[in-house]
Design a protein around this ligand. Structure first.
Ligand code: PGA
Length: 254
């Protein structure tokens, strides 16, 4: 079984001071916790402060996005080379990037390759919209996102994949653990196995979309779900730590 992972996606929230305090709060709450890899993904401007706040602990840091080029005339963008030393992970292909910023599978694939080339671990996000689910196309859409996002990648060491149905993000309308497990243990696991064979079994698969301390155990109790990508509930240290604790506990039993 892959290592259980709980990642907090802070999105465009937290000032520098708030991010530092939140990271310190998570660190404090995580003191006695083992058996789960915890990742904090603050805004770019707080990466260095969060890295410093968790230094010496097992907590890891991730960025929320990056550009695929090394450097150049790309106003407002941040490259993988710039993230080296600041974080270990980078979220790529989040549905907000796809929907609000026009990112498509081809662009995301270039980012995934750039992340691997720079020793960053991509957290590749996939997920269908409500309209795609209701028209029976969820499996096809998600399978295609996995395959296109990883096209041309040969070594997936370090990869994490997050299944985040768009209709469940920030809506309070979480997918049931059964729906999530069907997509993750079925469509996503099969696509990864088709592409990478046995190595696919090492990829942590995270569920994301309205995860909270009250529902996380249901996801972590599924064999094909190895953790969570948490938005809203990651902005409260106590809630986020409880999600990590419940995930570690559920995975220790399975
Ligand atoms: P949410 O966000 O937990 O607030 O639904 C999850 C995400 O977008 O990663």
């Amino acid at each position: 079984m892959p290592t259980p992972v709980v990642a907090g996606n802070w999105k465009m929230n937290t000032t520098l001071a708030e991010a530092t305090a939140l990271a310190a709060g998570v660190r404090e709450g995580m003191k006695a916790l083992r058996g789960v890899e915890v990742i904090l993904c603050p805004p770019f401007i707080s990466l260095a402060a969060v890295r410093d706040a968790v230094r010496g602990s097992s907590i890891k840091v991730g960025a929320q996005n990056m550009h695929f080029e090394k450097s150049g005339a790309f106003t407002g963008e941040v490259s993988a080379a710039m993230l080296q030393g600041l974080c270990d992970y980078v979220i790529l292909g989040h549905s907000e990037r796809r929907q609000l910023f026009g990112e498509d599978d081809g662009l995301i694939n270039r980012k995934v390759k750039a992340a691997f080339a720079h020793g960053l671990r991509p957290i590749l996000c996939v997920g269908e919209t409500l309209e795609q689910r209701e028209s029976g196309r969820a499996a096809q859409v998600v399978g295609q996102q996995v395959k296109a996002g990883l096209a041309g990648v040969h070594d997936i060491t370090g990869l994490v994949v997050a299944y985040e149905p768009v209709w469940a993000i920030g809506t309070g309308r979480a997918a049931t653990p059964e729906i999530a497990a069907e997509v993750m243990g079925g469509t996503i696991a099969e696509a990864l196995r088709e592409l990478f064979g046995a190595a696919a079994g090492q990829v942590p698969l995270l569920y994301g979309g309205s995860v909270n301390p009250g529902n996380v155990a249901g996801y972590a109790g599924q064999a094909s779900i190895h953790g969570a990508l948490v938005g809203g509930a990651s902005l409260q240290a106590a809630q986020f730590v409880e999600i990590a604790r419940a995930t570690a506990a559920a995975k220790a039993l399975s």
